[in-house]
Design a protein. Sequence first.
Lengths: 301, 153
Amino acid sequence: MNNKSLVSITDYSKEKIQSILEHAAAFEKNPNQDLLKGKVVATLFFEPSTRTRLSFETAINRLGGKVIGFSDASTTSSSKGETLKDTITMVSNYADLIVMRHPLDGAARYASEVSAIPIINAGDGANQHPTQTMLDLYSIKKTQGKLENLKIYFVGDLKYGRTVHSLLMAMSHFNPTFTFIAPDELKIPDQYKQFCNEKGIAYRELSELNDISDADILYMTRVQRERFLDLVEYEKVKNVYTLKNKMLENTKQNLRVLHPLPRVNEIDTDVDDNPKAYYFQQARNGVFARQAVICDALGLI
Amino acid sequence: MSEQKKELVVVAIENGTVIDHIPPDKLFKVVSILHVDTLDSQITIGNNLKSGKMGKKGIIKITGKYYEPNVINKIALIAPNAKLNIIKDYKVIEKRNISLPDEINGIIACLNPKCITNNEPIKTRFHVVDKDNITVKCHYCEQMIQQEDIKMK
Ligand SMILES: [Zn+2]
């Protein structure tokens, strides 16, 4: 295994997170650099995710690298039964770095153990998506000027939402206060509350989205219909967790609304023009965060 | 209980393995791991025996058989406070607490059907994150499994 891979956000120390964010800021100032000149990066998308793939490929192209790969496994030999190990070994012969997305949990960790070149996990099933976390952190730092001592509200699907779990773990380095707002079916799992207890992080759980007056960050997630056994329950809760522009009155000046996108109806479109809405800029920040992660994995920064 | 009777329960095999201090409700689970049904040597299984420490306990004595660390790790997952005695010439030559290692390889099946280890030919790997309450975490999919849900391969 090579230790330059990024599989899970916990692979990064606090210092590493801070260093990556500084480099991301430098890339935002000067996004077009030739750092990847002569390098080939493989983007292996065993399941399609156009949004994530375009963000990575933009990052690679702006750094002067070349991209090989596939955007859908149905066109590759893995659909003919080739093992992941064989695919990774084959691609290791051609490229300097692999960016991979895979429908199975743990696929990226396994790939990092069989690969001779670094792996960046662009999402393994329901498990990890660490570059999303890095762009979330970058967005928080950029809008708040710091990561320390912030009040962060997580809203929506806190049970299955992997972006919530990873961001929570990463923020634990920076003395946050968390508020978890979710319907009963989608409450934050005990293991994360236990994690907060062990780290001495203050948190509370609420079942309704109303008082957000002291929030610095409102991190919205999708409440998906398929998570509910009882569809009547879904119809009841779906609107309770919808953010409307009116709800942003009497909130802090520095409050920013984040969302990993795509959204469905959890943020009303009337929020989009509010200067506190940050989700589209957040997506743009992904390119800079990924530029920094890629250069780190290749030992270029 | 007299000293003599006590010895009858605990020792009395010439060579082999004695697993003592098994919680009574875990005894037959431990028996199933040891695959004693295929052995033709002398086997003694006792349950609900009086124990100073535990109130009641189970014990298994197997003549002429010693177990690999992997089997002992499986027992540790079921009965983490059991004691292992290795007997040679009627003497206990090794007596130790069964304890869980930090990492368990190859013997637990991941519960997550979407885990890579259930879909590719990979040896499973689990980190023991809580030795008291027995909680393990899949090295690959990072799912936690509690003792009561642990399934052996
Ligand atoms: Zn697993």
